[in-house]
Design a protein around this ligand. Structure first.
Ligand code: FDA
Length: 392
């Protein structure tokens, strides 16, 4: 029988941060994971460059049924703390846009720094280790694992959400939560592309690979970012952002002319260039292919002088308030996060300890806290991992 002060299950972003932060306090820490390598999502993230935090992180960047929950941990370990850690390891980075910090080189720079901190702090990291059973015992927990029985004072669940099962994602954390009397709020894929199956599918397929600046809106939330047409529907940052607020059957709205007031712009163009064709004008805002397709499929392209004021208003409405109902999302196969999860109303926001079972902690994505796109999800993993490490 092995004994450790703290046993952390899940060597992802939150688990690694929690492990070395607790070990630096002098606690003995064992970190186990069923995968063959730690931090696989970190390696995949940010297109291989890991968007590791966001300079403008605020509690309002997170979705949760309990919106105040994330505040305490985010305040205790901020984006500036992680940026300092990145600086300590001389990892080169840059702001891509909107406060999003990416590695100049590779995501492995971030994983490397976390593993180096774990090694220095003497974290006992064991991969290829799965958990069979967990029992509450006097003064802690006893686990049967593929590496034999392990007893610990504090047990930290850092097994993440359901997105990308091929990277090791499981519902294990939710099962543990239920075992110890916690509510698990319904989960669904977030930050995920939409699929389109109606008559718009042909347009999406034709324009596959085309990106356009837009404002995408859903359920009162709007994001100014790029939209990307794909052969199966819509993706790109603006779409991923609104996907987290979308419920099946609902419409989303897209403003394809975010730089202009569409009606005013069309009237000005009509006055200034009455003989120009609509598709020529649209070709100055969109790619030529997109302008031609919109002009063919949505409007009959004519010289601007031939449109009546009512028709111009209709054009403006279509361009600025394009409403469409996605068929669905690409699901956990490609989602960046899982919405929902362990109900935070039964977890201490200060310590991340279960209010149902002392000595049990939940950190990272397994909790019902999901960030917007842009480095916020990693910041939650760092902050919640650090907070639990101060108390576990
Ligand atoms: P995470 O999923 O990182 O780790 C969970 C660990 O638990 C895994 O190692 C897994 O193997 C292990 N595990 C699961 N079940 C287990 C079991 N039964 N037994 C033992 N171990 C088990 N965020 C961001 O801020 N910036 C970005 O650039 C990106 N990019 C990005 C790209 C892609 C493709 C994805 C899928 C996601 C992102 N994200 C992101 C989101 C981010 O990766 C995510 O929010 C964090 O990794 C969550 O950290 P956790 O440690 O909670 O879970």
């Amino acid at each position: 029988m092995r004994f450790t002060d703290i046993l952390i299950i899940g060597a992802g972003a939150a688990g690694l941060m929690c492990a070395f932060s607790a070990a630096q306090r002098g606690r003995s820490v064992m970190l186990i994971d069923h995968a063959n390598k730690p931090g696989k999502k970190i390696l995949m993230s940010g297109g291989g460059r890991c968007n590791f935090t966001n300079m403008y992180t605020e509690p309002s960047n997170f979705l949760s049924q309990n919106p105040h929950f994330c505040k305490s941990a985010l305040a205790r370990y901020t984006q500036w703390d992680f940026i300092e850690l990145v600086g300590k390891h001389a990892v080169a980075y840059h702001e891509k846009k909107l406060g999003q910090l990416f590695c100049d080189n590779k995501s492995s720079d971030i994983l490397g720094l976390l593993l180096s901190e774990c090694e220095q702090a003497k974290v006992d990291l064991r991969m290829d280790t799965s958990v069979q059973t967990i029992a509450k015992v006097e003064g802690g927990y006893c686990l049967q694992t593929s590496a034999g029985p392990i007893t610990c004072q504090s047990l930290v669940i850092a097994t993440g959400g359901l997105s990308i099962p091929t990277l090791g994602a499981t519902g294990f954390g939710y099962e543990v939560a239920r075992q110890f009397g916690h509510q698990v709020l319904p989960t669904r894929a977030g930050l995920v592309p939409f699929t389109i199956t109606d008559q718009l599918k042909a347009l999406c397929t034709e324009l596959s690979g085309t990106s356009v600046d837009c404002v995408a809106s859903c359920n009162g939330q709007s994001f100014r970012e790029n939209l990307l047409f794909t052969h199966r529907g819509l993706s790109g940052p603006a779409i991923l952002q609104v996907s987290s607020f979308w419920q099946p059957g609902e419409a989303i709205e897209i403003n394809l002319l975010p730089e202009h007031d569409a009606a005013t712009w069309l009237r000005e163009q009509q006055a200034e260039r009455p003989n120009s064709e609509l598709k020529t004008l649209l070709g100055e805002v969109f790619t030529k292919k997109m302008a031609n397709l919109l002009a063919e499929q949505w409007f009959e392209s004519r010289p601007m002088k031939q449109y009546t004021p009512a028709q111009l208003d209709e054009l403006a409405e279509r361009l600025a308030h394009w409403r469409l109902v996605p068929a669905g999302t690409e699901g956990y196969r490609t989602a960046e996060v899982t919405l929902g999860g362990v109900d935070t109303r039964e977890v201490s926001s200060k310590t991340l300890e279960s209010l149902k079972s002392p000595g049990l902690y939940f950190i990272g994505e397994v909790l019902d806290v999901s960030g917007h796109l842009g480095g916020f999800n990693f910041q939650w993993a760092w902050a919640s991992g650090y907070a639990a490490a101060q108390f576990a």
